[in-house]
Design a protein around this ligand. Structure first.
Ligand SMILES: Nc1ncnc2c1ncn2[C@@H]1O[C@H](COP(=O)(O)OP(=O)(O)OP(=O)(O)O)[C@@H](O)[C@H]1O
Ligand SMILES: [Mg+2]
Length: 429
């Protein structure tokens, strides 16, 4: 029994996880047809890898997941080139990650040969023998690496030196060559097919400089593999900056920008979820309440869904079940007023700190520390001190650039504080 059953749903319609690679995920994805088409066109038509840029929580991972789901489903039409997505996505979080990533990628390709074997054979592609793949997968070095690294290439659970040893052993073992030769035999002539790999959340590397360095490091290895096409995805300008590196010129397509869903599409996304999961209940947050939240939270879909869920819990705690949409909207407005007051009354922020937040809001929600004069500061350090106050209270997020901390963005809680500070005015974008 969950609160959702009480509220007339078979699961949360406000789940914040990225959409799954299933028919349901595909039904829930709204407003991204063009992006999917562009993504697939680039993968099929260019030798440069695809890059995707968009703010946190805007829907990048969901879009890629559903594009992959479609590619996989359509691949039985023997389209040329054939695009076979590797299900798990890769991430790089540390320097160890870059080294281990290579091993994780070849391992995932070996697994993909098993997963797609029958389909590949049916279309007339050569595939490696299962016994050879199993032998490769069971070699001590691969087993060692698999134990230390999650398939996604993150979460180095072994100690640093252990994982470094494992990746060095892999590099020296020639094991990559085996997978390379399988790909060369399968996708012959070159370009008749690819495995599609996703490198997600590049912003985890924190600065554009380290993201660029990581991509440069894999430029001549996994990014140069003729049988692999990459989709490289990140937030906060990291991908855009990395793609502009002279060393990566000609390797990466110009980023596909993922913008926030329009209000109409965002409401469509909510309605699709209500249709999918309702067992007859009135949603705690329907289209009117959702629009109200989406505007206050500056069109961040994930944060809006999160607040819908928080509000649903509150409603359930208060025992409000079975009320109509307008009653829910009125309750939500009071709830948001109280919630935003809590953030706006934070005693740890000085008047200068609040002024900086207000000025950032007036500056489209961001600031650059180089513009300290514009924000009324005598120098960048003074501005950074104020920004640090706001950051400690999670009202803004700093984005370290190539030369240290050089910009900041208003965080979801900052938009909430702003809502209260503005006398509960809904921002118009
Ligand atoms: N086009 C869409 N239609 C419906 N729901 C969507 C859409 N895009 C994203 N969502 C939902 O919005 C939330 C955020 O999506 P997702 O995780 O894909 O964003 P993201 O940009 O990858 O975020 P992050 O930057 O944190 O990795 C998820 O709950 C997802 O289900
Ligand atoms: Mg994501």
């Amino acid at each position: 029994m969950t609160i959702w059953t009480d509220l007339g749903f078979n699961q949360s319609p406000y789940d914040t996880k990225s959409l799954p690679p299933t028919a349901i995920g595909e039904r829930l994805l709204v407003g991204r047809e063009k992006h999917i088409q562009r993504l697939i066109n680039r993968l099929a038509s260019s030798s440069s890898h695809v890059t995707i840029e968009g703010e946190a929580g805007v829907g990048k991972t969901s879009l890629i997941t559903i594009a992959n789901y479609r590619m996989k489903r359509n691949s039985d039409k023997a389209r040329s080139p054939i695009l076979l997505p590797i299900e798990k996505s890769f991430q790089i979080t540390t320097q160890d990650g870059v080294k281990l990533l290579e091993a994780a990628v070849y391992r995932a390709v070996a697994e993909a040969f098993i997963r797609y074997r029958e389909a590949l054979q049916a279309w007339g592609y050569d595939t490696p023998k299962v016994a050879d793949i199993n032998k490769w997968m069971n070699s001590p070095i691969i087993k060692n690496i698999s134990a230390g690294v999650s398939v996604a290439g993150v979460g180095v659970s072994a100690g640093r030196s252990e994982s470094l040893n494992a990746s060095t052993a892999f590099a020296e073992s020639g094991l990559a060559n085996m997978v390379r030769s399988w790909m060369a035999e399968c996708f012959d002539p070159p370009g008749c097919g690819y495995f599609v790999c996703v490198l997600d959340n590049l912003e985890l590397l924190v600065s554009s400089a380290s993201a660029r360095q990581a991509l440069e490091e894999i430029r001549d290895t996994i990014l140069a593999e003729p049988g692999l096409r990459w989709v490289i995805c990140g937030a906060r300008g990291v991908v855009r900056t990395a793609a502009a590196s002279p060393r990566l010129q000609g390797r990466l397509c110009h980023p596909l920008e993922v913008e926030p869903l329009s209000m109409g599409d965002a409401i469509g996304a909510l309605e699709a979820r209500i249709d999918e999961f309702s067992t007859g209940g009135a949603p705690p947050v329907g289209p009117i309440g959702f629009q109200y939240l989406y505007e206050i939270l500056k069109c961040n879909l994930r944060n809006t869904l999160q607040k819908c869920e928080d509000f649903s819990f509150w409603l359930h705690d208060e025992g409000v079940i079975g009320a109509g949409e307008m009653e829910h909207v009125a309750l939500m407005q009071s709830w948001m007023t109280l919630l935003s007051d809590e953030y706006a009354n934070n005693p740890n922020i000085s008047p200068h700190g609040w002024k900086l937040l207000d000025d950032m809001v007036g500056n489209e929600g961001s600031c650059d520390f180089g513009d300290y004069e514009l924000f009324g500061f005598s120098g960048p350090d003074e501005m950074k001190r104020c920004a640090a106050e706001l950051e400690h209270q999670n009202l803004i997020e700093m984005s370290p650039g190539d030369t240290g901390m050089d910009s900041a963005l208003v965080a979801p809680n900052g938009w909430l504080a702003r809502f209260s500070r503005s006398g509960y005015q809904i921002p118009r974008s």
